[in-house]
Design a protein around this ligand. Structure first.
Ligand code: GAR
Length: 206
């Protein structure tokens, strides 16, 4: 299966996916990495891995739809079947989401629906004073951070946590959870019943 990974930043989740594919844990190929930021380190990671990496500047387009039409043309060119949002800090419109219905995944650093829509869910969770937060991988639907949940993992907040230390532990979980969720989707081991996502035989994970 051909994947596209959309990123805006460091790309540590992208790296975890690249590594899982290299190890043969996911039978898929990353056909394309797209970033909406020229300086995203994710683009460097993609190039280093020999993956086509493209910066698409939203400012080059007069409206969001035109920007998304360009994204879709890249996806079609590479015959992408699954779009993986990995720290892509831009909301995709219903136009884009309908084009790839049930074929867009997102990772969010909280236990959704808590801290839905937050651009800094780690800081918001810490400031709110929650004792448990975590990670969610979900399908993208037409509302922000709202689609059916595939996998979640909890992370305890300790008294000593700073934003950095909590983010570090959340990201460690992300790097296990996202490749696993992608593997389940790629292998067709996921069934949707309304909002509920049923998984056939979930393997053990950390
Ligand atoms: C990840 O922690 C991801 O959960 C978060 O951005 C980070 C990207 O890190 N995504 C969101 O907050 C989306 N709302 P990375 O570039 O190192 O993978």
């Amino acid at each position: 299966m051909n994947l596209a990974v959309f990123c805006s930043g460091k790309g540590t989740n992208l790296q975890a996916i690249i590594n899982a594919i290299r190890k043969g844990e996911i039978e898929a190929r990353i056909a394309l990495v797209i970033s909406d930021r020229k300086d995203a380190y994710a683009l460097r990671r993609a190039k280093d891995a020999g993956i086509k990496a493209v910066f698409v500047n939203p400012k080059d387009f007069s409206c969001k739809r035109d920007f998304e039409v360009r994204l879709i043309s890249y996806l079609k060119e590479e015959r992408v079947e699954l779009v993986v949002l990995a720290g892509f800090m831009r909301i995709l419109s219903p136009f884009f989401v309908r084009e790839y219905k049930h074929r867009i995944l997102n990772i969010h650093p909280s236990l959704l629906p808590a801290f839905k829509g937050s651009r800094n869910a780690v800081r918001d969770a810490l400031e709110y004073g929650v004792k448990i937060t975590g990670v969610t991988v979900h399908f993208v639907d037409e509302q922000v951070d709202n689609g059916p949940i595939i996998l979640q993992k909890a992370v305890e907040v300790s008294e000593e946590d700073s934003e950095e230390s909590l983010r570090e532990r959340i990201q460690q979980k992300e790097h296990l959870l996202y490749p696993l969720a992608i593997k389940l989707v790629v292998e067709g081991r996921i069934r949707m019943e309304g909002r509920r996502v049923r998984i056939d035989s979930l393997p053990c994970s950390g």
